[in-house]
Design a protein around this ligand. Structure first.
Ligand code: AMP
Length: 221
């Protein structure tokens, strides 16, 4: 199964991508995670991306497109995957179409998680992350608390808040998101791939809705 998850920052793309990856046995590819790792390791890509990410802006298309293209050029190129946080612009979507066509891989569906801005601002201010690069579990003070205060359930690392989850940066990220989102949705709607899911409610309910709509889509094909 080859899927893309779209949605505003904090809509739950990461959480649902992780569940889809575990339950469908597909590779989870998050460009945000790849970029944060590049920053931690201070690679040339990381150094380039850092100022854009700190301000809540998109990293230039060429940089992100090359990261994804390089993944698909590898001998162990993922055949089944869920892409989380990529593409974020129509240019990126076109670059991805080219990469997948070259590999003769076709997307099964593009899932859009719809959540309104007020809810996003509330959610991101309560978001906590595990900084362990092998774990990166996410928590939320509103709907997914860790069992022990401030400690990751999976690996017990002390949780941290992302620098770009500060309110003013979140507002900038939302502005960037709205500027390009409609065109991106149209790109996939025109290809008959788009599935829209309400991204509010508890995590399992949202997952079930995704699962139901994916099953319906497979039947129609
Ligand atoms: P995320 O973890 O997906 O919320 O991404 C965090 C930040 O990484 C974004 O605000 C962007 O600065 C950057 N980023 C991640 N994915 C992309 C992408 N596909 N295109 C451009 N910038 C990205």
């Amino acid at each position: 199964m080859r899927l893309i998850l779209l949605g505003p920052p904090g809509s739950g793309k990461g959480t649902q991508a992780k569940l889809l990856s575990q339950r469908l046995g597909v590779v989870h590819i998050s460009t945000g995670d790849i970029l944060r790792q590049a920053i931690d390791q201070q690679t040339p890509e990381g150094k380039l991306a850092q100022p854009y990410m700190a301000k809540g802006n998109l990293v230039p298309d060429e940089v992100v497109n090359e990261i994804v293209a390089a993944l698909f050029r590898r001998p162990d190129c993922p055949k089944d995957f869920v892409l989380d946080g990529y593409p974020r612009t129509v240019e990126q979507a076109r670059a991805l179409d080219d990469v997948l066509n070259r590999q003769k891989l076709h997307l099964d569906a593009v899932i859009f998680l719809a959540v309104d801005d007020a809810e996003i601002i509330k959610r991101l201010s309560g978001r906590w992350n595990c900084p362990n690069p092998h774990c990166r579990a996410t928590y939320n003070a509103f709907n997914k608390m860790p069992r022990v205060d401030n400690l990751c359930d999976e690996c017990q690392s002390p949780l941290v808040q992302r620098e770009d989850d500060r309110e003013e940066t979140v507002r900038q990220r939302l502005q960037v998101f709205h500027k390009v989102n409609e065109a991106l949705l149209k790109h996939y709607r025109d290809q008959g791939l788009l599935i829209e899911v309400t991204g509010t409610g508890d995590i399992e309910t949202i997952y079930k809705e995704i699962d139901k709509k994916l099953a319906k889509k497979r039947k129609v094909k």
